[in-house]
Design a protein around this ligand. Sequence first.
Ligand SMILES: *Cc1c(COP(=O)(O)O)cnc(C)c1O
Length: 344
Amino acid sequence: MITRSLTHSRSNSMAAFGTQFTAKMVTSRFRDGQWSDLEVVPVEPFSMHPATHVLHYASECFEGLKAYRTESGDIHLFRPDRHVERMLNSASQLLLPVPDRAALTRALHMAVAAVAEEIPAYPGALYLRPTLLGTEEDIGAAARPTQKALFYVLTSPVGDYFSGGLQPLRVKVDDKAQRCTPSFGAVKTGGNYAAAMRQIVQAKQELGTDQVLFAPGGVIQETGAANFILIDDKELLTKPLDGSILPGVTRDSILALAADAGLTVRETDFTVAELLQRAPGAEAALTGTAAVLTPVGELVYEGETIRVGDGQMGPWSAQLREQLCAIQSGASEDPHGWRVTLES
Ligand SMILES: *Cc1c(COP(=O)(O)O)cnc(C)c1O
């Protein structure tokens, strides 16, 4: 996700998030009803026929997760099982062939092992981008699934997202626009980003906002690439997983830590009116793999700016963020078994 903090924060030695890659990736190709063996190959431009399915009919989905190097030198993935599960679901919604659960999991481990020396020390990490796309060369296949596919795991060393400090976001609350087509809310596909982009760019131009919080029909959903939480009066509110939002792994982790910390976690629908009414005494934040947890300092609704709390990161947000980061970095215990250590 693009946050204001991103532009302030890249450390000098690291390129901006998303622009620097390792030289190796893992691939597999699907043809004649079969996936080829996973292979480690150089990261190079693909050659594709102009009629390739994904280029016309957006047969594509992806994942985003991180591997961390701990103080002791161990390398672990954070909740890879959840990302594998989600990719299986995305592929099935898009009628894309997909390697099975075991192969997807093995691909993640292979991709990390292939570039293990290049994983920056915490707060740096290795960002993994598993990607699946339809490669059949047939522009007539608009209404049937691709018979060929390509799967790859691209990796990117990332620096400290927040070396410039955590800057609270300014977020437009939009009670009209849809982020994506309703039945695709839980699918991590490029088409959803394409559908939301115009709203986000327009809000930035007109209101100087960083993100749009989509709330079609007045019910709070999420932003273009991150889940939304509201913390107020010892309870944490967030939209239930009803298929309209992405089931974020960070969201799930923060909810678990919030419950551990004694907050009442309520996965329940709440309205724009309720959000705006509670905001001045509350905390709000976005959650996602790239930025973990980013505070929301201001909401903009119908041209009016409403400050969330004192506009800075609140104590619960800071605590939950710190606890999750400590688990991810290996600095604390892992009570929920979220770290999956790489076999060496
Ligand atoms: C990827 C994504 C998220 C965050 O999911 P994480 O698993 O926490 O990284 C949230 N919303 C959308 C729309 C996404 O694409």
